[in-house]
Design a protein around this ligand. Structure first.
Ligand SMILES: CC(=O)SCCNC(=O)CCNC(=O)[C@H](O)C(C)(C)COP(=O)(O)OP(=O)(O)OC[C@H]1O[C@@H](n2cnc3c(N)ncnc32)[C@H](O)[C@@H]1OP(=O)(O)O
Ligand SMILES: CC(C)C(=O)C(=O)O
Ligand SMILES: [Mg+2]
Length: 554
């Protein structure tokens, strides 16, 4: 990157940085949210939304709990204008929702904007003009005084039009390109606009300080916000609003630190749609607060549905890694993560826990409409025994003993590695069934009978190469007797039998599952599993499975 000297910072620190915001640890209540999906989001789309799409998006925003919605730039196009007229004429704006419209500081655009608002019960009219050094020099070629005059003349016209139009109007002003503006000049122009509007506590003005283009690290933005917020005139009658974009990838940090620095309101979009790298993502901001126990005041309980609607209406794609919403953001493929998640989930099941603290999962996926199955633990060659066992237990009720989990974990991992693909829970189950359950070669269990005196005597019928043979044996217990019958008649030996079993509810019929581990004279452990409605038969089938695995290896 030899051209780095071509660049220099384009932002300004405020004349004084009190950095009071650094003393605050966290956000303790949600800001006022304003969705700008239908304006900033919409203006950045390859094909802006049509009327029906805008209506559907508006209804989604209302359903999610937004009380302030920038519905568009009515002077921009026929669709924008008609959309606003439709909302008003068809009475589609709930009483507790305030619509907002954007206008440049140009007479015909302001007049057209008020024309579009006729009949609205209330609205925020949002005026902007660019204030940065670059825009003043290159785009407007105007002095600071002339730029102030653009803002002030627009502010006056807004006031006049509002007086001439029926309805309850609130004003908003944005020194657009604020982040490239000398901070004291941004303050001066905002105060000049406030002097025109004369806000009161009953009719507050919104001063929106956008990071139109992100130019600095987030602490600089926070310092700029704090300075303007502390020095604005009519401060008690002003709502300081933030409008972060995401050029440096730190839109969320700008918003969070900006709130600490005095921001009372945040403009953003669902999933961060918007100009270039987008506006700040309100879902991420809200769920970040939620994960700290703060009520965000918006409802994202069905995030998959929101993602689907967003993708349909904007034709944009949500990345798999997008915070909270991405397909993979609650998924662990790697073994140690899966192990910790599975143990964390078990820890929650063992007792009532006041707060969520499962490792690797910042929030409970169920809270936002995600599922445990298929969302949390997925298996590939990076996975381990914990994850594999967790899935088998969750979906198939199979609770493998610890040592057997390890064995199965490697079996599954090897399949994934060889085939170079993810392994589904059904495929894990299939591998488990094929590798361990009711294995019939080289010896197949047919039946058993017992007599019991001091000890148990058994006759086991075994099919070997299509021929059924009777093996007899005896032992302290029934399984011991069968082991004796098999060891002495097949001339095999093994030791260290480990045995666990549990009931398995499959459909309406209860089954018993037995897991058996045996150790060969060479010290290798072989695992088998038996599944049968009868518990004794399930252990015998498990034993045959383990022996068959051992014999197949010799
Ligand atoms: C950061 C943001 O997102 S700001 C919002 C941006 N959104 C949009 O622009 C989407 C909607 N916009 C539009 O449809 C069109 O731009 C319209 C209808 C508003 C205006 O269209 P036009 O007048 O044809 O074109 P355009 O926007 O290029 O106008 C540029 C002129 O307006 C001036 N201008 C731009 N913004 C402003 C402003 N906020 N206030 C006053 N004048 C402005 C420019 O200096 C330029 O002036 P010039 O004609 O003397 O050179
Ligand atoms: C209109 C303004 C607020 C804007 O979208 C921006 O500066 O990013
Ligand atoms: Mg913007």
């Amino acid at each position: 990157m030899k051209n780095y000297q071509k660049y220099t910072k384009g932002y300004f620190m405020p004349p004084v940085s009190s950095l009071k915001w650094t003393q605050k640890e966290n956000i303790t209540e949600a800001p006022i949210w304003c969705s700008v999906d239908l304006r900033d989001g919409n203006q950045a789309l390859v094909v802006p939304m049509n009327l029906e799409e805008k209506i559907e998006f508006f209804q989604l925003l209302v359903k999610l709990g937004f009380k302030e919605i920038e519905v568009g730039f009515p002077a921009a196009s026929e669709t924008e204008f008609t959309f606003l007229r439709t909302l008003i004429e068809q009475d589609m704006i709930p009483d507790d929702v305030t619509i907002q419209v954007l206008t440049q500081s140009r007479e015909h655009i302001i007049r057209k904007t008020f024309e579009s608002l006729k009949g609205a019960k209330k609205a925020v009219v949002h005026l902007y003009n660019s204030t940065s050094v670059a825009q003043r020099e290159q785009v407007f070629r105007k002095s600071k005084e002339e730029i102030v005059e653009i803002a002030v003349s627009g502010a006056k016209l807004l006031k006049q039009c509002a007086q001439e139009t029926e309805g309850n109007f609130q004003f908003q002003y944005s020194p657009e390109s604020f982040t490239g503006t000398e901070v004291d000049f941004a303050l001066e122009i905002c105060n000049a606009v406030l002097d025109v509007w004369q806000p009161t506590e009953d009719n507050k003005v919104i001063i929106n300080l956008p990071s139109t283009v992100q130019m600095s690290m987030p602490h600089v933005y926070a310092s700029q916000i704090e300075y303007v917020s502390d020095n604005l005139k009519y401060r008690d009658s002003v709502i300081v609003s933030l409008h972060p974009h995401n050029d440096r990838g730190t839109g969320v940090a700008d918003a969070e630190l900006g709130i600490l620095a005095g921001g009372q309101r945040v403009e953003g979009t669902l999933l961060g749609n918007g100009e270039r790298t987008g506006n700040v993502d309100i879902i991420t901001l809200a769920l970040n607060m939620y994960s700290h126990g703060v009520d965000p005041g918006l409802n994202f309980e069905n995030l998959p549905e929101i993602v689907a609607a967003y993708e349909k209406l904007t034709k944009m794609k949500v990345s798999e890694r997008h915070p909270y919403a991405g397909e993979l953001v609650f998924t662990a493929f790697s073994g140690s993560h899966q192990d910790a998640i599975a143990k964390g989930m078990k820890w929650r099941e063992e007792a009532e826990r006041e707060h969520w603290s499962v490792p690797y999962l910042p929030i409970d996926p169920l809270d936002i409409g995600r599922q445990y199955e298929g969302d949390i633990i997925r298996i590939n060659s990076q996975s381990g025994k914990g994850g594999v066992a967790y899935l088998l237990q969750q979906k198939f009720g199979l609770d493998l003993p610890a040592k057997m989990r390890e064995h199965l974990g490697y079996a599954v991992k090897n399949v994934s590695d060889r085939m170079n693909k993810e392994i589904s829970t059904d495929e894990i189950h299939q591998i488990f069934m094929e590798e361990y359950v009711n294995i019939k070669t080289p010896i197949e269990f047919v039946s058993y009978s017992f007599t019991h005196n001091d000890d148990y005597q058994t006759i086991v019928k075994v099919r070997i190469n299509e021929i059924v043979k009777d093996f007899s044996g005896n032992g302290n217990g029934r399984l011991d007797a069968i082991i004796d019958a098999l060891q002495s008649n097949l001339q095999i030996s093994f030791s260290n039998l480990t045995y666990t079993e549990h009931a398995l509810e499959v459909g309406s019929k209860s089954q018993a599952v037995s897991y058996i581990g045996i150790q060969s004279p060479q010290g290798v452990t072989y695992w088998g599993c038996g599944i049968d409605p009868d518990i004794m038969t399930s252990s015998v089938k498990g034993l045959f499975s383990a022996i068959n695995k051992m014999m197949a290896d010799q």
